[in-house]
Design a protein around this ligand. Structure first.
Ligand SMILES: O=C1C[C@@H](O)[C@H](O)[C@@H](O)C1=O
Ligand SMILES: [Co+2]
Length: 299
């Protein structure tokens, strides 16, 4: 049994990765979308290599797939609202053309996620003034998203200024709940805080998009001990699909259902496709959802 208000997707990130475009470069859009159908998902998020809306819509409709949303790197603190808003308008206009539900925003000022720095020890911190710039900017971007029938969902992320529960609390307390929503990513909050249920329970009313990312505990410990960067951590297998790591998604899914969550749950596990066959892992996730979530969790 599944909840009809929830749409299930899988992100392109297991096939190709925008942060390291050379890995999985042989995987075409058509290949990715057909794999998604084989694995029984309803849609995906837009990847950096996706074509213009008209071409994408054709490939989606041939397979009866939908688009959930797309990542947007904001630099509100570095560049200011005016400059970011120009780019965000274009981003949202494209998303509207593919009938997306959300614009995924991550503040990337000072982010170390694409660098060689130790992601477990060298994350940036914002000053009070920078936080204020971020709150105001996000409220405005949220209003822009609305003009395109989208929800702005903020993505907390390892190696950024909004990573920990404390930082997410701060962001949500100071932004407008009508315009700024939360993307709950199980993997990022677990790696950051060693806990994923507190954030879910505390901010359920702000969550409008979900990433199910699992974590291999032994790899996490290895990467932490080695002081790995974010990119090296995922290349070393820190993340995986639900059913293959240490997160109990039955608890997460039950809470989402109990709280009448409506929206997308997107499986998102960045791995090196040369080591982790993308379709094989999509099918592991599918089996886990069917056998552990749909069978065991009560609607
Ligand atoms: O949602 C996400 C998008 C990616 O680009 C990012 O690096 C990944 O970790 C993630 O959670
Ligand atoms: Co994510």
């Amino acid at each position: 049994m599944s909840n009809q208000d929830i749409l299930w997707g899988i992100a392109p990130i297991g096939w190709r990765n925008d942060d390291i475009p050379e890995i999985g470069a042989e995987n075409t859009l058509q290949h990715l979308l057909s794999d998604i159908v084989v694995a029984g998902f309803q849609g995906t998020e837009v990847g950096g290599f996706f074509p213009e809306a008209k071409v994408l819509n054709k490939e989606l409709s041939l397979r009866n797939l939908k688009i959930a949303g797309q990542w947007f790197s904001s630099f509100l603190i570095r560049d200011g609202l005016e400059e970011v808003a120009k780019e965000f308008h274009k981003h949202c206009a494209n998303l509207q053309q593919v009938n997306a539900a959300v614009a995924v925003v991550s503040e990337q000022t000072y982010s170390i996620q694409g660098t060689k720095k130790n992601v477990f020890a060298e994350k940036p911190y914002f000053t009070d003034e920078e936080w204020n710039t971020l709150y105001q900017g996000l409220n405005e971007l949220g209003k822009i998203a609305k003009q395109y029938d989208l929800h702005l969902v903020f993505h907390h992320h390892m190696g950024t200024g909004v990573q920990t529960l404390e930082e997410i609390d701060r962001l949500l307390e100071s932004t407008d709940p009508n315009h700024v929503h939360l993307l709950y990513d199980t993997g990022h909050i677990y790696v950051s805080d060693n806990d994923y249920m507190t954030l879910l329970k505390k901010h359920m009313n702000r969550i409008k998009h979900v990433h199910f990312k699992d974590v291999r505990q032994n790899k996490l410990e290895e990467c932490k001990a080695a002081g790995n960067s974010f990119l090296d951590s995922f290349l070393n297998g820190m993340f995986t699909v639900p059913g293959d790591g240490c997160i109990d998604f039955t608890e997460v899914y039950q809470t989402l259902l109990d709280q009448n969550y409506k929206g997308w749950i997107v499986i998102e596990a960045e791995q090196d496709p040369a080591k982790a066959h993308p379709l094989e892992y999509a099918l592991i996730a599918r089996k886990y959802i069917d056998q552990k979530l749909f069978q065991k969790v009560t609607v």
